[in-house]
Design a protein around this ligand. Structure first.
Ligand SMILES: Nc1ncnc2c1ncn2[C@@H]1O[C@H](COP(=O)(O)OP(=O)(O)OP(=O)(O)O)[C@@H](O)[C@H]1O
Length: 890
């Protein structure tokens, strides 16, 4: 139906008013003389600012700043009667467009609007009545626009809200791109270029640029260059580039760079508007059914700032490019009715716009899902190749969507909104820093000067470029063309002397060195600052850890104090009385401290420790009148620590080996522990017999008990003592049969020969069997007694009768001591400071044969059990041997 109503495409003709194109001569670059100015201070504050720009600005604003801005402008509905008027007013220089044809072609439009502005950021697209049957939805709402300009919006309003921020960013050194996108006749060209009476964004931006630079006197420090070119198709065969500036010709593109593009220096608004009007006249346009002056090409306007060198330092506030693109409108064949060349142009335009949209869609999908690779759609058209960095999100880009709101334009508007509204979600991947842009431009300009004849200095400059790649090289070439174009302009500030030979002044070298140093220092400061931040975070973490450790230490200290207090309280619970040790809770620390009281009673101050609950020791050492020394040690069978006992010099000092010599009830007596040691006279009066078999049995029993009750250490010590004296027992019995006044010195782990304790042991084993000395022993004893000069009081029976009240050895000891010390023979010698073991008592009076078996025993020191053959008779033989030695000594 629409096809039938569409008028046939008029015979349109593309008119170009530009002069014939001819090849330009290869430009020669010349060194540029730069004015020296003051070096800006190093931005320490900016580099070392603690707050990043993201933190300074609010998050939504910062996030929005890194997204593509999409604006929507709704063209007013133009009635057919207004069309000629509008046509007459809109175009600056009237071209030879087929105005009449276009006017005729203008179809009578519906006055109904399908597009309603909800607010400044959203619109609602309503389906026209004639299409509601075929459409599922009656209306669609599109939101998220940076701003929606309704049909009443003026150019100035659009500029203020859309382009002005872009221009300000451009003046601040940020590259920006603004592209007008929409269907044919929607007002793209009107928005971009406008008319002399109603100038568009380009003119307003130029006015802003020069208005803003003039008051600051920045004419000397800022230089703006402009280049305008178009991408068109010639009969739909191929894409071509055309420089729209005067004397501009065909251009070529390598990668993403346009070769041979003129860049004209513009110093004021008049010059700039003159260039713009010339470019518009030169641009290819044609009359279609939808637009009497439809653009047939993609027009690209670049306003670039080439920074001037000031003492070799680029002004960081400069160096950016503002790109404004007036895209050709998408056309539907049904609407335009294009045929022939127009149809080919229409296909080219639509294809270019499709590639443009594919690039943006691929970028959006790639950003949503990084695993999805970024498609290289940009390679499919010159436009997208040129805009590659923008379409890859590396530079800032804004889109102005122009839409027609009439019901007849519903399909075009719906397609535009559905296609372009997702673009507002695109983010900039990496935006070139301001300073880097300026430096890059500077290097491009520097390279342009050295283009004709590369010198070592120029090679040095190339090496200094950041992110150097083919694109940079191409930009250099582009800059060469631009710079060489600008030299033709008389008003250019930096005129290039083409006649002069190419040379690189040392000044430039020093300038580049200074710039390089500047960049290095800035980067170093940034790196240092990042390191400091990391260190600061680590330091904070370490401080937190230290704090937690302090807390734990404090807790442990408190715990320690509580335990200490409990310990002191427990210690206080242990009461001590003279001459005895009372243990509470059954815990006594075997590490006893002994003190000598005034009444010569040794007190043991046990240190109570945990883990000894089964220990119940009571030691009592009592000394009376310093003449009689009684020592009684009551030891439980669980005692395992009596070898730790010590004694001060004033009294009895039971060194560990000595204590081992004290009679141990568990080994030599059957009396129960925890009782006052009872001396069983009956047991002591029992006849004992020195029998080898019994001795062996007794020894075995004794060792067996020791093995089960004593530690290895004590056993070794005992064995050592027994090795010296081989089972001696000395017992001093007072006249008064007081058990507490008994002094027993016994080697429990050695072979007991005489005495009550031995009787006890023997009784346990032999069941009362009477032991009778052998004949050889009797003879030996008689012989010895006969040789002893001081043993008149000792009879054979006393020696051989173990049941005698007086211990033969005790008596013998008394006699010996009495002889040597002049003390009564019935009393023991004055107490020594140390309690010598039984072996010591004998060894101090007896001289031993060096070839004694004791030496042999040393080899068995530490063994639990002596050889059987050795143990059989050594006890008695050793005793006799010692007695013999004593007699020899005497
Ligand atoms: N906002 C507007 N106010 C008044 N007139 C407008 C407005 N927008 C567009 N026009 C008029 O509409 C007509 C078409 O506009 P324009 O040529 O700018 O469309 P276009 O999108 O550039 O079309 P094409 O893509 O075919 O070049 C022009 O005569 C223009 O003056």
């Amino acid at each position: 139906m629409e096809m039938n109503n569409t008028p046939p495409c008029p015979n349109t003709a593309t008119i170009r008013r530009n002069p014939p194109r001819r090849a330009r001569a290869t430009p020669l670059a010349t060194p540029q003389t730069f004015n020296l100015c003051e070096i800006p201070p190093f931005p320490n504050d900016d580099v070392l600012a603690e707050d990043t720009p993201q933190t300074l600005t609010s998050l939504p604003e910062a996030e929005a700043d890194h997204k593509i801005k999409v604006f929507l402008r709704i063209r007013p509905i133009i009635s057919p009667s207004q069309a000629p008027k509008a046509k007459a007013k809109s175009v600056w220089p009237q071209t030879k467009k087929n105005i009449t044809g276009g006017a005729k072609a203008l179809k009578k439009k519906s006055s109904n609007s399908c597009l309603t502005v909800n607010d400044s950021h959203s619109v609602t697209l309503s389906t026209p009545l004639d299409l509601q049957e075929s459409k599922r939805t009656k209306s669609e709402t599109y939101g998220g626009f940076s701003h929606v300009f309704n049909s009443d919006s003026s150019q100035v309003e659009v500029y203020e809200k859309m382009v002005k921020p872009i221009v300000e960013n451009f003046l601040d050194g940020k590259s920006e791109m603004l592209a007008a996108l929409g269907p044919s006749g929607s007002g793209k060209t009107h928005t971009v270029f406008g008319s002399p009476r109603d100038p568009g964004m380009v003119s307003l931006a130029l006015r802003h640029i020069f208005k803003g630079t003039q008051p600051h006197g920045s004419k000397a420090s800022r230089s703006f260059h402009m280049s305008v070119f178009e991408i068109y198709t010639e009969r739909g065969k191929s894409e071509k580039l055309l420089d729209l500036l005067r004397d501009g010709g065909e251009l070529s593109m390598q990668q993403s760079s346009v070769k041979g593009l003129q860049q004209v220096v513009i110093s004021n608004i008049e010059e700039a508007e003159s260039l713009i009007s010339q470019s518009v006249l030169k641009r290819a346009t044609a009359m279609t059914n939808t637009n009497s002056q439809s653009s047939r090409s993609q027009c690209i306007i670049n306003i670039r700032h080439i920074p001037k060198k000031c003492n070799g330092v680029v002004n960081p506030k400069s160096g950016a490019v503002l790109t404004i693109i007036d895209l050709a409108g998408a056309e539907r064949e049904k609407r335009t009715g294009n045929q022939g060349t127009r149809l080919l142009e229409s296909n080219f335009i639509n294809n270019t716009l499709m590639v443009f949209g594919l690039c943006l869609r691929s970028l959006l999908e790639h950003q949503k899902n990084p695993k999805k690779p970024l498609q290289k759609h940009f390679q499919n058209s010159l436009l997208t190749r040129y805009l590659r960095e923008y379409l890859e999100g590396k530079k800032r880009m804004s889109l102005i969507l122009t839409a027609k709101s009439a019901d007849d334009d519903y399909l075009d508007t719906s397609y535009l909104l559905r296609q372009a509204s997702p673009y507002m979600q695109i983010k900039y991947n990496e935006v070139e820093p301001t300073n880097m842009i300026s430096k890059k431009r500077h290097y491009q300009a520097s390279s342009a000067m050295d283009f004709a004849k590369p010198t070592p200095a120029s090679e040095h400059l190339k090496r200094m470029r950041f992110g150097s790649g083919e694109h940079t090289v191409q930009n250099d070439e582009k800059s060469v063309a631009e710079v060489n174009t600008s030299k033709k302009d008389a008003s250019a500030e930096c005129k290039l002397d083409t006649s002069s030979s190419v040379s690189f002044k040392p000044e430039c070298d020093s300038q580049t060195q200074s710039e390089r140093s500047h960049i290095i220092m800035r980067n170093f400061a940034k790196a240092l600052w990042s390191v400091l931040k990391q260190s600061n975070s680590k330091l904070k973490a370490a401080e937190m850890e230290i704090q937690s450790l302090k807390e734990s230490i404090r807790y442990e200290k408190e715990k320690y104090l509580v335990l200490k207090k409990e310990f002191s309280e427990f210690k206080a619970c242990c009461t001590w009385s003279e001459g005895e040790v009372k243990v509470k809770d059954g815990v006594v620390d075997p590490a006893l401290n002994m003190t000598n009281s005034d009444d010569n009673t040794l007190k043991f101050e046990p240190a109570v420790t945990a883990g000894h609950s089964d220990v119940a020791n009571a030691f009592e050492l009592h000394r009376e009148n310093s003449s009689i020394e009684n020592c009684q040690i009551i030891e439980s069978k669980d005692d395992q620590t009596n070898d730790d006992l010590t004694c001060d010099e004033a009294g009895f000092i039971p060194s560990p080996p000595q204590l081992l010599g004290i009679t141990r009830r568990d080994s030599c007596s059957s009396v129960e522990q925890d009782k006052e040691p009872d001396w069983d006279p009956e047991a002591s009066s029992k006849p004992s017999r020195l029998d080898q078999s019994d001795e062996e049995a007794t020894l075995d029993n004794s060792f067996a008990q020791l093995d089960s009750e004593k530690s290895d250490r004590k056993l070794q010590a005992s064995a050592s003592k027994s090795a010296h004296h081989n089972a001696l027992e000395v017992e001093v019995v007072n006249e008064i049969p007081n058990e507490s006044s008994k002094l027993r010195i016994n080697q429990p782990d050695e072979e007991p020969i005489h005495g009550a304790s031995c009787t006890q042991l023997d009784s346990g084993k032999s069941n009362g069997e009477v032991l009778t000395p052998t004949k050889s022993e009797v003879e030996t004893v008689n012989k010895i007694l006969s040789e002893l000069p001081v043993s008149s009081s000792i009879t054979k029976n006393e020696i051989l009768d173990p049941s005698s009240t007086k211990d033969v050895y005790s008596t013998k000891t008394c006699d010996v001591v009495g002889d040597s010390g002049g003390v009564s023979s019935c009393k023991p010698p004055k107490p020594k400071r140390t309690l010598m073991p039984s072996s010591s008592l004998l060894s101090r009076d007896f001289t031993f044969d060096p070839v004694d078996e004791t030496e042999k025993l040393k080899g068995n020191k530490g063994t639990r059990k002596l050889p059987a053959d050795y143990m059989k008779s050594k006890g008695s033989i050793t005793l006799l041997h010692m007695l013999k030695g004593k007699s020899n000594f005497a």
